[in-house]
Design a protein around this ligand. Structure first.
Ligand code: MCA
Ligand code: AMP
Length: 480
């Protein structure tokens, strides 16, 4: 079954049910359905066909949803781009995905279609749905994920991947059409897209979509919308700890389930949040390449620091560095198999082959299983930094720093941060004189804000092994 058929099972019979609150407007499932048909007609009229890529560089908005649904209807492959990316990062994705069209806000210069133009044109189109027969194995989206090599790769996610993921979460987290989902997370990553949008549409619940998360207004928003369901990243939960007690209690009374993922949730935050809101956050583990894999149970123990038990249909094994299975209690690399695992990296056969071993996807995450089957993550094989739920690969920043003529050597490390989990800090060996503020300004211009090092340290040389590998753990401590 393709996603359009699956969405139809939900839309039919819910045509007049409120589906979406966005910017003071309420849209029913019927509205979303018709608007998406019009958008599909628009894409067709512009020559987009099955297999073409459509890049979308937009903040959360109605058009983003319509463009996704229209793409899914036509078999066009949806390629969301992180709105925080700057020209350098966007250029890479555009050249790699080779899209037939790009939709961006009209503030973006170039030959792209503007969101405003797309909305205007689509409104003039007929609401009949174009019929394109599609198999569940068809790609629905390519989502770019920073690779350990520094260059970001496109993970191909099929209709079946998204379906398996959403059906799993709907069942495992007891989501029903009576839920109210609060969605401030971006739709350009799989947390918002795979979990948020798909659970919403397939479950038939009401969602309030926000342009973005703003901690200053979050509590007022929650009191106003009165959600029962929220998917967040740890940074959002740390922010919510600032909520006054009486407001937190009011929010907690209405809420059914808080879920956290994308980065480790500190046990202390789980505990402080429980005290303030009266809810134990349910932590789960996912990846762009696999959507959701492991989750704490809805009923039963939500174990602090652990990510829980494999979701239905997902198999997990843990191997040591020799490729041998480890015993419970011992740490190794997590490998996964299941209907949620992606179809490979876009136009990167070697990278795809390297990502699998005997049909198992190698996550690069280290983990350990307890005798009662709970999994706990224990870091990464690579030196990935997760800042506010966004991934930062040190290598990518180091390469940018090394492009600066005054920088002879560079090393970027993640430093613990209460709010963001981790923040990147750069150590540089400079040639001649270089004002570190100038270096920071150059980073700001070319890199997404979460990748810009929050500290720059000038060192005489980088500590290296005899083989020349940088020993990051020997770098001097950085103080904020
Ligand atoms: C953050 N900023 C944004 C947005 N989010 N700008 C525009 N649109 C956004 N959506 C910028 C701000 O302008 C600011 O830039 C900086 O980020 C920090 O903003 P601040 O207001 O201090 O935000 P915060 O309270 O710290 O909250 C940040 C955040 C954000 C909202 C939690 O980090 C976020 O949305 N994270 C979610 C990422 C996500 O969805 N990851 C899922 C990946 P400046 O620094 O220039 O001032 S998928 C994944 O990992 C797997 C599959 C999984 O398991 O889910
Ligand atoms: P991404 O490449 O954006 O899909 O990020 C996926 C990575 O986020 C995983 O490989 C994990 O390292 C990390 N991640 C996701 N959920 C969790 C979690 N609950 N705890 C710790 N790390 C997580």
């Amino acid at each position: 079954m393709n996603l359009t058929q699956l969405f139809d099972l939900s839309f039919k019979g819910r045509q007049d049910k409120p589906a979406l609150e966005f910017e003071e407007h309420v849209h029913t499932f019927g509205d979303i359905d018709r608007r998406s048909n019009r958008m599909a007609q628009f894409l067709l009229s512009r020559g987009l066909a099955q297999g073409d890529r459509l890049c979308v560089y937009l903040p959360n908005c109605l058009e983003m949803i319509e463009l996704y649904l229209a793409s899914v209807r036509l078999g066009v492959i949806f390629v969301p781009i992180n709105i925080l990316y700057r020209e350098r990062e966007i250029t890479h994705i555009l050249s790699d995905a080779d899209p037939k069209a790009v939709v961006a806000d009209d503030t973006m210069p170039g030959t792209f279609w503007s969101r405003q133009e797309v909305a205007r044109e689509a409104a003039r189109m007929p609401a009949e749905r174009p019929l394109v027969p599609l198999d569940g194995d068809a790609p629905a989206a390519i989502v770019y994920t920073s690779g350990t090599t520094g260059v970001s790769k496109g993970a191909i996610l099929t209709h079946n991947n998204f379906a398996a993921n959403a059906l799993n979460l709907l069942t495992s987290w007891r989501i029903t059409e009576n839920d109210r989902l609060w969605m401030p997370l971006p739709l350009f990553h799989v947390h918002g897209l795979g979990n948020g949008l798909h659970c919403w549409l397939i479950g038939g619940l009401c969602m309030r979509l926000l342009g973005r998360f703003e901690h200053q207004t979050a509590a007022a928003e929650l009191l106003d919308f009165r959600p029962t369901l929220f998917f967040g990243v740890p940074t959002v939960y740390v922010r919510l700890l600032e909520t006054p007690q009486d407001q937190a209690r009011q929010i907690g009374v209405r809420m059914r389930l808080f879920v956290s993922g994308s980065a480790p949730l500190p046990a202390q935050v789980l505990e402080d949040f429980r005290r303030l809101f009266g809810h134990t956050i349910l932590e789960r583990y996912g990846m762009t390449e696999t959507l959701m894999n492991i989750s704490n149970p809805y009923e039963g123990e939500r174990r602090p620091g652990a990510v829980g038990l494999p979701l239905p249909g997902v198999s997990v094994r843990i191997l040591d560095s020799e490729g041998q299975p480890v015993a419970d209690g011992e740490t190794g690399e997590l490998h996964l198999r299941g209907p949620n695992v992606f179809a490979g990296y876009w136009r990167r056969e070697q990278a795809t082959r390297d990502a699998f071993l005997d049909g198992w996807f190698r996550t690069g995450d280290l983990g350990v299983r307890s005798p009662d089957g709970y999994y706990t993550l224990a870091g990464r094989k690579s030196d990935l930094i997760i800042s506010g739920g966004f991934n930062v690969y040190p290598r990518e920043i180091e390469e940018f720093l090394l492009e600066q003529p005054e920088v002879a050597e560079a090393a970027v490390v993640g430093v613990p941060d209460r709010l963001k989990g981790e923040i990147p800090v750069a150590y540089v060996v400079t040639r001649g004189t270089l004002d570190l503020a100038v270096l920071e300004a150059r980073c700001r211009l070319k890199l997404a804000s979460f990748k810009v090092p929050k500290g720059f340290v000038s060192v005489e040389k980088l500590p290296r092994t005899a083989l020349g590998k940088v020993q990051k753990h020997l770098l001097p401590r950085w103080e904020a």
